[in-house]
Design a protein around this ligand. Structure first.
Ligand code: TTP
Ligand code: MG
Length: 602
């Protein structure tokens, strides 16, 4: 795969009517396949994956008996008494497999957008262009084609999509050879058609659709709900206007749609119905938060709540280890049942977590038992704030999430160089995502599954804090990133991912210069009650009595112990320091690459 090593980035964009080549890859019977890859003897059996009383998926052997996704276990056993059931409530292995698949797809150096656990979009436009340039015109299509073209499209998209079909086949081969997963792929000039055409030949196959067949293919979809970005509310609104099928939508004029939807929405709905979509493939980064939830019938006893939180915390710390970032904020969520009003609602509160509670071993954040107890104390303190224990309570869900992380920036001007040994420019390119990721502006997740029980929270699902924290991530505070430039690699934009190391350094420096802009986490929903405390019990705050006056103690206290010690030693013996001990004014003359610049009050 020689040309796969050449980058998709840094190419001039192709200009034509159907310039893009997009691949959508969906893993076959994902959870079941993860189990079968782990235990190949399961392959020959009808296998169902059970969460509570539901079969969330099954292998294709079981599907022969009529087992369907989300069937009740009792019904599934009726149609297939020999069905082998495995519990799929612990998502750890599925998440790991999902991350491995995403990482394997980065090999082609094209933007990869993860959607849910088992789907990915890959924008191979530039790689295709490169292959077309190098390879003449003798390209043949791999896999199925939705419909043979009547004539060549003048923009050359047929050749490009053929090449894309070859790349899709290479990708699927790699996923099978290296990870053991069979997949389906859809190849089209946009995300909408790539996703919708993908399952046409299931399992383990691929289908290409040419732009000229977009509208006719869309007209075969029975419900407007089948269009990924059309959710239940839009579907209801359309149905109320007697627009039920995609074909109905195709026939309605934009002017009529404008009477019921915003102008933009009306145009978008019309375009979608015709198979037109220009949503970009957005490179997936790390999630903005990592969380887990446990739902149940009712819990009304504090000790049981504590047990459930302890279990969630254990699982959450595994996710944090896999993620590699150090959390600085913790959120507790409860779903309270109002027995009188027969309804339930969610409430959350959050507090800061001292980064010193985590120690980094070989790039992996770990927590000692004492640290875990401190986290549990914080969790139960938040719980006590959310629940009035003098009255009975009824919970149907508890959730835990780490919602902010220490920044891990690369580049000469980055404090990361002082904190971590394992950061490199490659690590920015090699980002993986431990949770389901948020839907893009086009809500493709509308058609994606959601787990019924223990839930991995995606960014989309997690409710962000409505308030700005009193004490934000210390590095971010000092670095003052702008709204769009958030503290973790998750928000590095694709353009930044394309940068080589020198360019990355420039980005770091640019950010250092934009000091007057504040770090704003995410838009905030009105409902959530949240609170950000500086929880002393989780804060192993160092003693900064000896610090020079120009040092921001808050920042100092947030540093890992080792670094605090190192700095103190440096201040004791100023001859080792790159900075003079006393005068803040002299800070301006400090070498750009010194850690001390981060501690100076602004
Ligand atoms: P899907 O891609 O919808 O299904 P699948 O991969 O099992 O099967 P297919 O071959 O048709 O693609 O969902 C991916 C995984 O998500 C699935 O393996 C199990 C999980 N899931 C849930 O947890 N809840 C659900 O309601 C559904 C539909 C799936
Ligand atoms: Mg799938």
């Amino acid at each position: 795969m020689e040309s796969s090593s050449s980058s998709c980035y840094n190419h001039s964009s192709v200009s034509s009517d159907h310039p893009k080549s997009i691949i959508h890859i969906d893993v076959d019977c994902f959870y079941a396949q993860v189990e079968m890859v782990r235990k190949p003897e399961l392959r020959s059996l009808p296998l169902g994956i059970q969460q509570k009383n539901i079969v969330v998926t099954s292998n294709y052997e079981a599907r022969k008996y009529g087992i369907k996704k989300c069937m009740l276990v009792t019904d599934a056993l009726k149609v297939c008494p020999s069905l082998k059931l495995l519990n799929g409530e612990d998502l750890h292995n599925y998440r790991t497999a999902s991350n491995n698949i995403f990482a394997a797809l980065l090999h082609w150096k094209c933007p990869v957008e993860k959607l849910g656990m088992d789907e990915n979009f890959i924008d191979v436009t530039n790689l295709v262009e490169e292959r077309v340039k190098n390879g003449g015109d003798g390209f043949s299509l791999v896999g199925h084609v939705y419909s043979e073209p009547m004539s060549e499209c003048i923009c050359g998209c047929h050749t490009r999509l053929k090449v894309a079909s070859q790349i899709a086949s290479e990708m699927r081969k790699k996923l099978f050879d290296e990870l053991g997963f069979t997949t389906c792929a859809g190849i089209a000039h946009n995300k909408l058609l790539a996703k919708l055409i993908c399952p046409l030949h299931k399992p383990n196959d691929q289908t290409t659709i040419y732009p000229e067949h977009g509208a006719s293919f869309m007209s075969t979809l029975q419900s407007v709900r089948a269009i990924p970005s059309i959710g239940s509310k839009t579907t209801e609104a359309l149905i109320s206007q007697k627009i039920v099928t995609v074909s109905d939508l195709q026939q309605v004029s934009v002017d009529v749609l404008k009477k019921h939807f915003s102008s933009d929405m009306a145009v978008r709905l019309k375009n979608l119905s015709l198979g037109e979509d220009n949503t970009p493939v957005k490179q997936t980064g790390k999630p903005q938060s990592i969380g887990l939830e446990d739902s149940f019938k009712t819990v009304s006893v504090k000790s049981e709540v504590e047990e459930r939180f302890a279990t969630l915390l254990q699982r959450l710390l595994v996710l944090v280890r896999e993620d590699g970032r150090i959390p600085v904020s913790l959120r507790v969520t409860l779903r309270k049942k109002d027995v009188k009003r027969l309804c339930s609602h969610r409430e959350s509160r959050q507090c800061q977590v001292s980064p010193s509670i985590f120690t980094i071993n070989n790039g992996t954040p770990t927590v000692t038992e004492v640290g875990q107890q401190k986290l549990m104390t914080s969790i139960m303190r938040l719980f006590n704030k959310l629940i009035d224990l003098s009255k009975p309570f009824h919970l149907t869900l508890v959730g835990l999430a780490f919602t902010k992380f220490q920044e891990r920036m690369t580049g000469r001007g980055s404090i990361v160089n002082y904190l971590m040994n394992d950061i490199s420019v490659q690590s920015v390119l090699n980002i993986t995502n431990d949770c389901d990721t948020s839907a893009s502006s086009m809500d493709y997740s509308a058609a994606s599954p959601s787990s019924s029980t223990t839930t991995d929270l995606s960014d989309a699902e997690v409710e962000p804090s409505p308030k700005k924290p009193k004490k934000v991530n210390w590095i971010a505070k000092k670095r003052c990133l702008s709204k769009g430039e958030v503290a973790s690699p998750s928000k590095l934009r694709v353009s930044e991912l394309r940068l080589n190391s020198r360019e990355l350094e420039k980005v770091s420096e640019l950010r250092l210069n934009s000091r007057d802009r504040s770090l704003t986490p995410r838009a905030s929903p009105a409902k959530e009650i949240s609170d950000t405390d500086t929880m002393k019990d989780v804060s192993d705050a160092g003693n900064c009595d000896d610090c020079p006056s120009y040092v921001d103690k808050e920042v100092f206290n947030a540093l890992p112990d080792e670094m605090q010690q190192e700095l103190k030693a440096m201040w004791k013996n100023p001859s080792n320091s790159e900075l003079p001990r006393s005068s803040p004014r002299n800070m301006n003359k400090a070498k750009p690459n010194t850690i001390l610049k981060y501690f100076v009050h602004k």
